[in-house]
Design a protein around this ligand. Structure first.
Ligand code: FAD
Length: 507
């Protein structure tokens, strides 16, 4: 008997029902469609990922299934490797088309996609990959990119005819590809410390940002305590595709500056542009997952010779701003940009830790982990480009500037709660009497500082500069700039999209 012909809608980081090209395209086809999400065993084991990510995905899928129910459709949630599952489907059915978005992902998913492409070619399956996020594959020169981005963001959102989508007449037996019971139980257990997954929440955050929270967006953006409320907080929703960047952009442009003010509105929109910019960089050179963007920096030889990594990872460095940021990020999946930058520069310059180890750890903590932004930022903050202004954030100064009332530190390092705010940044300077008086023995209740920040950072910075000025680094810069940096576009600047001093810098 001839096999039933089907389409597969393969969901990845696009967990939504609106502004969705693969759904739209499948609805134009006469073949029945299977909607698939695969929890990939290799990704579950990958050091970039953590339970928090899979829980967010699970919550997003549950919400999608609620929306699809009225059309008698649902996402089939499977566990295994994509290629094996596609092969199994192709035994029961004849797959005619696979619809998905192009993924600007890790080396692992790129390799998987190449294997899927080979399989499709051999089996005569048409794999239609749609682009998204303002990112283009094989774009080796950034001159035209801002125009492409603006056009994509302004495009009309296509309505999806879900009624036209229909299930295959024969059922598919999940068999070996079912979710493991303990894994399912773990991801299906909610955790109130984290932002919940799903499109409904994405819109809720966007609405409240433009309705009121965004009024003090720029004023508070670097402050770890208040910015949790005044930043948009849409990053996990964009990262897992609960909302498309185009939806966020069009919503923001429609709201405009009436309530939150011109500066806050422009800066928000410019960050959406930056998001795509970093993702495009990663799409162009995904080797930055493994090597410094500027290979001249291979000679830096950062390492964990002194065993500092665990202190950094456990939030026990003795620097309250670093420890509070780590503890907060671990517990909630979120910390603001400035503290992310500080954690990275502290680890890679002050502690001289390898940027890859730091990157894995941070990505597993960020609920909004997005490989393109993450690797671009980690490379930049750890000085691996060789052309950016080098900013190393002092954890002591960050207290005075961004947590002067110590609300953030006292929340996440409660052992410091009795110390007066003006003494809290450098607890190792407390006298014996002060330690007794403020109920905090340094080295017992709270760790002693593991390094002398100034001395260690200066030593490493001097060495870094000796390498940075070398021909091995300098000779590579023109090529990198041509490939990675958007040429000075006056249009993008006047539209408020580029805001940093350099076209590759952002605060
Ligand atoms: C070392 C390091 C790693 C980072 N890793 C990630 C990551 O994995 N995923 C991620 O989404 N962001 C990452 N960022 C960027 C930034 O810190 C977060 O996007 C931001 O804190 C998210 O909060 P928000 O949604 O309230 O941002 P808002 O300030 O409200 O900005 C709106 C959106 O713009 C984008 N955006 C904001 N800042 C930046 C930026 N500097 N570069 C690129 N896009 C930006 C995000 O999608 C964000 O959701 C990283 C920053 C650093 C320094």
């Amino acid at each position: 008997m001839a096999k039933e012909e089907i389409n597969i809608i393969w969901l990845k980081r696009d967990l939504r029902l609106g502004d969705h090209h693969p759904f739209w395209a499948a609805a134009q086809s006469d073949f029945p469609s299977v909607i698939l999400y695969i929890f990939e065993s290799s990704l579950i084991q990958d050091p970039h990922y953590d339970l928090r990510h899979f829980r967010f995905i699970w919550e997003s899928l549950q919400e999608m299934n609620l929306g699809l129910k009225q059309y008698d459709l649902s996402v089939q949630i499977l566990y295994g490797e994509v290629l094996d599952i596609f092969k199994a489907f192709n035994q029961t059915y004849r797959i005619r088309n696979i619809y998905s978005y192009q993924e600007t992902g890790l080396g692992l998913t790129f390799k998987r996609d190449k294997a899927v492409a080979r399989f499709c070619k051999n089996e005569g399956i048409d794999w239609k990959e749609f682009f998204q996020d303002g990112v283009r594959r094989r774009l080796y020169n950034r001159k035209v990119w801002t125009k492409i981005w603006e056009e994509e963001m302004s495009q009309t959102i296509l309505p999806i005819d879900f009624v036209a989508l229909h299930n295959p007449s024969t059922e598919w037996e999940k068999g070996n590809w079912k979710l493991d019971e303990s894994f399912q139980q773990a991801i299906a257990t909610p955790n109130e410390m984290f932002q919940p997954g799903g499109t409904r929440y994405a819109w809720k955050y966007l609405h409240s940002f433009y309705k009121s929270r965004g009024k003090t967006y720029m004023q508070n953006i670097s402050k770890p305590f208040v910015s949790r409320k005044t930043n948009s907080r849409i990053s996990p929703y964009l990262a897992w595709g609960n909302i498309s960047i185009r939806q966020a952009y069009q919503f923001g442009m429609n709201q405009g500056d009436a309530i939150i003010g011109k500066r806050n509105h422009r800066q928000f929109i410019s960050r959406l542009w930056w998001r795509s910019h970093f993702m495009q960089k990663f799409e162009t050179d995904c080797s930055m997952e493994f090597y410094p963007v500027n290979r001249g920096f291979l000679r830096l030889n950062r390492n964990d010779e002194k065993g500092y990594f665990n202190h950094w990872k456990n939030g026990t460095t003795g620097f309250p701003m670093v420890d509070a940021s780590v503890r907060c990020l671990k517990a909630t999946g979120y910390i603001n940009f400035r503290m992310r930058a500080m954690l990275t520069t502290f680890a890679t310059f002050s502690l001289w830790l390898d940027w890859r180890a730091v990157s894995y750890q941070l990505s597993s903590w960020y609920l909004d982990f997005e490989p393109g932004i993450h690797y671009g930022q980690v490379q930049m903050q750890s000085g691996n480009n060789g052309y950016n202004t080098l900013r190393i954030y002092s954890p002591t100064k960050q207290v005075t500037k961004n947590d002067p009332d110590a609300r953030f530190i006292k929340k996440w390092c409660p052992e410091l709660k009795d110390i007066p705010n003006h003494l809290i940044a450098e607890p190792w300077l407390l006298t014996e009497m002060e330690q007794t008086f403020y109920n905090c023995r340094i080295g017992k209740d709270y760790p002693r500082n593991i390094i002398n920040f100034r001395k260690a950072t200066k030593e490493h910075k001097d060495f870094y500069w000796s390498i940075r000025q070398s021909d091995a680094v300098q000779s590579k810069i023109p090529k990198i700039l041509k490939k990675m940096v958007v040429p000075n576009s006056s249009k993008a600047r006047s539209a408020g999209l580029i805001t940093g001093k350099h076209n590759d810098e952002i605060e």
